[in-house]
Design a protein around this ligand. Structure first.
Ligand code: GLU
Length: 492
């Protein structure tokens, strides 16, 4: 007889107590990959029982980030804060079946009874006192004194916990509020979860969850996969206080969602052919939870930027403009979108090649939009102020640029931007020829000759290709900036 294979149901269960963490995103992604591969369902459950630390704004952030990453959810979000009655019902059931007992010990009582060398945790004082549950009394789970609880973990294999090492843990606080471990197990059973894929930090509570699971029902136990912790370059666990961990921060600096998706995929797993940069289809085809590495995964921001640079370069120029435009609009709120576009579009192709985040475009294009424009002081001093050739060379270039501008159909003072490749007189090709000619005359190599012109007109010693940038800036602005630089030089 053919067996009907059970439907895979996984859940992503974040607590909305802060910015959505890259570790959370990696957990969500691995759940998503697993569900999609198995034709299963991904359920989103918001674990907001900690009312003091939870905030709907954080939930909103999680939903937005999942959408941004293209991690689609099949069911939910369910909110634990709306499911308290279920947890209370389960607690009652556990009490009635003898798996749980009421306890009126305070922390002081427990600490006061501790003797040197005694077992850490609760001393089971109330186990046989037969207290009736009620206000001011916690409810504790009666952990078996013998035997072992085995966690069947896809990533770590079988992990055994001696029951004697597990204390009689609290299910309901003395305030009557359910504890996390109870809520999670009740929900996982209620939602028919088959695989629990979550962060490694939850492994120590897993034997408690399994004991609780079995005490509540005879439903098949879930399979676990505890994912490796993310660490920084010092091998320290990523921390909100020390490291940049918020998905939102990466989004704001112009990491593309496809780059983040790809990078998160390789934090603990790699395809067999060793490739690192690949499309989601490859991850879907080849991802294997059983091959996830259990040692910590280094979240290397530099590597993420490298991935991102790759994805940016593979955008069409049009897509790149569309994605980078909001960063420029944010940096220059007083500028009209069309004004930005008219200068940005001609330089999109060369900008795209030089950035690893969209936000970096703002720095590279600042020479087009900064008002008033002013060259970097250090670069100016070093490459112009202390140069023995800059002044005379710049004068010569200026004269020739003026002639080029006059020859230009638009006249030197008529227009500003022209647009690369527009074929007018003041274009990249001609400007380069002019500079080569002036450099030859002065006995200078082109690279050296470009430096004072670049600093005077584009503001910094590095940046976009000089001649395309000059063409886009247009004759009036280029000439004015060269004149200003010469005046500044004369003034010192
Ligand atoms: N709410 C927990 C967290 O955000 C996850 C618990 C679980 O996945 O079982 O860390």
């Amino acid at each position: 007889m053919a067996t009907v294979s059970e439907e895979v149901r996984v859940r992503f269960a974040p607590s909305p107590t802060g910015y959505f963490h890259v570790g959370g995103a990696r957990t969500a992604l691995y759940n998503w990959l697993f569900a999609r591969q198995r034709g299963g369902k991904l359920i989103l459950r918001i674990e907001d029982t900690d009312t003091e630390r939870s905030d709907p704004a954080w939930t909103e952030g999680i939903l937005k980030a999942l959408e941004w990453l293209n991690i689609s959810i099949d069911e939910g979000p369910y909110f634990q804060s709306q499911r308290k009655n279920l947890y209370l019902g389960a607690a009652e059931k556990l009490f009635l079946s003898g798996h749980a007992y009421a306890c009126d010990c305070t922390r002081e009582d427990i600490d006061g009874r501790k003797k040197e060398g005694s077992k850490p945790g609760y001393d089971n004082y109330c186990r046989e006192r037969g207290l009736v549950p009620g206000v001011g009394r916690a409810l504790r789970f009666r952990v078996p004194d013998t035997g072992v609880t085995v966690v069947n973990d896809i990533v770590r294999g079988e992990v055994e916990f001696a029951n004697v090492s597990i204390e009689d843990f609290v299910l309901l606080k003395s305030s009557g509020d359910p504890l996390f471990v109870l809520a999670v197990v009740v929900d996982d059973q209620d939602m028919g979860i088959t695989h629990i894929i979550r962060a490694e930090e939850h492994l120590p509570t897993t034997p408690k969850a399994l004991l609780l699971w079995q005490a509540l029902s005879d439903k098949k136990l879930p399979v676990f996969a505890h994912l490796p912790v993310l660490v920084n370059e010092k091998r320290q666990k990523l921390s909100k206080r020390r490291d940049r961990v918020a998905v939102e921060d990466y989004r704001a600096m112009g990491i593309l969602p496809e780059a983040m998706f790809n990078y998160l995929t390789v934090l603990g797993w790699a395809p067999k052919d060793g490739s690192e940069i690949f499309k989601p289809e490859k991850a879907l085809a080849e991802f294997d939870l059983g091959q996830v590495n259990h040692s910590p995964a280094f979240f290397d921001e530099k590597r993420l930027f490298y991935f991102n640079g790759h994805y940016i370069r593979s955008l069409t120029d049009g897509d790149f403009v569309e994605r980078a435009l909001p960063h420029l609009e944010k940096a220059y709120p007083n500028l009209d979108r069309q004004d930005i576009l008219s200068k940005f579009v001609p330089l999109a192709a060369v900008t795209k090649e030089r950035v690893t985040t969209l936000e970096e475009s703002v720095g590279l294009l600042a020479f087009l939009f900064d008002v008033p424009f002013s060259p970097d002081g250090d670069d100016f001093q070093k490459l112009i102020g202390e140069s023995d050739f800059a002044e005379s060379f710049m004068r010569d270039v200026l004269e020739h640029f003026k002639q080029a501008a006059d020859a230009d159909g638009r006249g030197s003072l008529a227009e500003t931007g022209s647009g690369a490749g527009s074929g007018t007189g003041f274009d990249a090709e001609l400007l380069k020829a002019v500079l080569i000619q002036c450099a030859d005359k002065a006995g200078l190599k082109l690279a050296k000759a470009q430096a004072p012109i670049r600093v005077s007109v584009l503001g910094k010693k590095t940046g976009l290709p000089l001649f395309e940038a000059l063409e886009t800036l247009g004759p009036r602005e280029v000439i004015a900036r060269l004149e200003n630089a010469l005046a500044r030089l004369a003034a010192v």
